[in-house]
Design a protein around this ligand. Sequence first.
Ligand code: CO
Ligand code: CO
Length: 359
Amino acid sequence: MVNTRIGKLIERLEANSLDGLIVACPYNRRYLSGFSGSNGLLLISSSVRILATDFRYYEQAEAEAGDYTLFKTNNGIDEWFGSLISELKPDKLGFESKHVSFATFTSMKKAIKKAGLKTQLVSTKGMVEALRSLKDKAEIECINKAVSISDEVINHLVELAEPGMTEIGLAWEIEKYMRQAGSQTFSFEVICASGPNSALPHAKPSNRVIRVGEPVVIDLGARIDGYTSDITRTICFGKPDSYFKKLYNIVYSAQQAAINGIVAGMSASDADSLARNIIEREGYGQNFGHGLGHGIGLDVHESPTLNPSSLERLEAGMVFTVEPGIYVPDWGGIRIEDDALLLSDRLEVLTSANKLEEI
Ligand code: CO
Ligand code: CO
């Protein structure tokens, strides 16, 4: 698996006239090597696969990244990078500009100079991320496992949630449930936002007591072998009023329009419009301030990005969220989020949890 991924990366490097790439993004590192430790750099070229990490992760690296030659970084980047570069003598070495710190960049430059080389460090963006956007079978399996845990917790909300609870209290019950159901960690902190707080798409749970009749936005994700799920349901203790119902139905129809209309080959901005047009037609365009969705995988927000200004095209093999929302300041918000796999002939929704509104 790792070999196929590296093969594809090397094709991309060659197409960009690069002799190698320094990989610093933790998700890219794991994707290309299998190494899941939280510190380390990869150097990949057609002739070498290097993983440099410090002593805390060395044994783990040996076990997880068998295809790689390991370097211990205890004495700083100058030493290992210097000796490596003297051997490789690359003309152009790419680095991940969003993930290599300025300090690391400066050390690399120094080491190149010290070795008497003219190696040019070339800034790159999104090279591995583009590969990661298309999922293979094993990745889809992991995502499906994470999805089934998040489905399970949503389907048990009726038992976990009761009026009088605080947002933090409910978030804690959800987290406990997910752990017990086998989630290895969380994709992100559980969002549990009630009443006016739910008007903030990424609200943090507070000590606010959840009241009957108001919207409660619950957004959570489980993680299995690094792969994430991401699901949102908006619920209401007791009977939702007609305003809640009206907004809920608009968001739901917008989501269904996107799910039924998205096809492989479509631009990500057109996909966004499928849902946005409906929300705009109902007069709530200004209240849907974020994009329709985002890719999920090793990272919870990855390529593709579905929003009005996205330049990406949706391809079969991508897994992304479909999550329209309407947010009304001082009242609250409604968001419904599901995860879907794009197939060559249709969009397959992976999440299957109840679309409950009333509990
Ligand atoms: Co979410
Ligand atoms: Co999301």
